[in-house]
Design a binder for this molecule. Structure first.
Ligand code: NAP
Length: 274
């Protein structure tokens, strides 16, 4: 019997997940596994879960707005599940939830020559994606963490840490000296979003060996990343995190963590999609 996997959410039609997982099933010769999208509204989640067995669903990924909604249905949740789950493995004994975003981002940093350990890290934005990354960063012994958000009070959950400084977007410049890793975790610069950084002058104050990361992958180079390239910085777009979080989810499903060669193949194949 074939093994079915899905990404569920609303909307999901434009998700890149089927392209990633179906390619992995091909690369790892798992012809009996298939991955599709399933549009599931919040109120339809229970009905989707009731049908898992009949459809031989072995696992599913979760996108907005269901990352929190699935939590009450989980038999177990990994310690990574703090701000919602993105991966659920379906077993005989119930549903097992994971969040692989932070692992995927940390792996991407490592492949770009950076680790949180001993680093000064600045996050622009403090929404659901940023929070998972900031929590993980704080668990990996950074030297300091700056959280710069339009609404400064939203960084409150982390303000108790002696390593954390918080501020607004106007304060970005004052956190550039000594910064090793700068992350845009806002939708500013994203395709279809009007908002963008009013001024990117802070990038010229960033040390030259700092890595500049954007969680956005459409467009592949946001104005933020283009300016960082112009100021001579190494850059990393959101495709890295997107692919590596999927690789860690694939490992939960199959026991196989795809390798760097698989990453290179997918990065190349997905790049023109955007
Ligand atoms: P979210 O929970 O809605 O948070 C959005 C964050 O951006 C908040 O900090 C918000 O500030 C800030 N923001 C929104 N509009 C802004 C504007 N016009 N000016 C300044 N700040 C603004 O969203 P999210 O889920 O964290 O996603 C954030 C970004 O990460 C999105 O671009 C998303 O596509 C991307 N993402 C990428 C991946 C990946 O795998 N590559 C995974 C997840 C997310 P306030 O607190 O003031 O509202």
């Amino acid at each position: 019997m074939s093994k079915q996997y899905y990404v569920i959410g609303d909307p999901v039609a434009h998700s890149l997940s089927p392209a990633i997982y179906n390619r992995l099933f091909e690369l790892y010769r798992m012809a009996d596994s298939k991955y599709g999208t399933r549009r599931v509204a919040r109120e339809a989640l229970g009905a989707f879960l009731d049908g898992l067995k009949a459809e031989s669903v072995r696992g599913f990924n979760i996108t907005m707005p269901l990352k929190d909604a699935v939590l009450p249905y989980l038999a177990t949740r990994d310690e990574s599940v703090v701000y919602g789950a993105n991966t659920v493995v379906v077993e005989e004994d119930g549903l097992h939830g994971y969040s692989t975003d932070a692992d995927g981002f940390r792996k991407s940093l490592e492949l770009n020559g950076k680790t949180y350990e001993g680093s000064s890290v600045a996050f622009i934005g403090c929404g659901s994606a940023a929070k998972a990354l900031i929590r993980d960063c704080l668990e990996h012994h950074p030297r300091s963490v700056a959280i710069l958000n339009r609404t400064a009070s939203k960084a409150g959950a982390f303000a108790d840490s002696p390593l954390v400084q918080t501020g607004t977007l106007e304060d970005i410049s004052s956190h550039m000296a000594g910064c090793d890793i700068l992350v845009n975790a806002t939708p500013m610069g994203m395709h279809g979003v009007d908002a963008d950084f009013a001024d990117l002058g802070f990038l010229s104050e960033l040390p030259k060996d700092a890595l500049v990361a954007d969680l956005i992958y459409n467009p592949p180079k946001t104005p933020f990343l283009l300016e960082a390239e112009r100021t001579g910085h190494r850059t990393m777009n959101g495709l890295w995190m997107l692919i590596w979080q999927a690789f860690y989810a694939f490992e939960k499903y199959t026991g196989i963590l795809p390798d760097l060669e698989a990453f290179r193949i997918l990065e190349k194949e997905l790049s023109p999609v955007r």
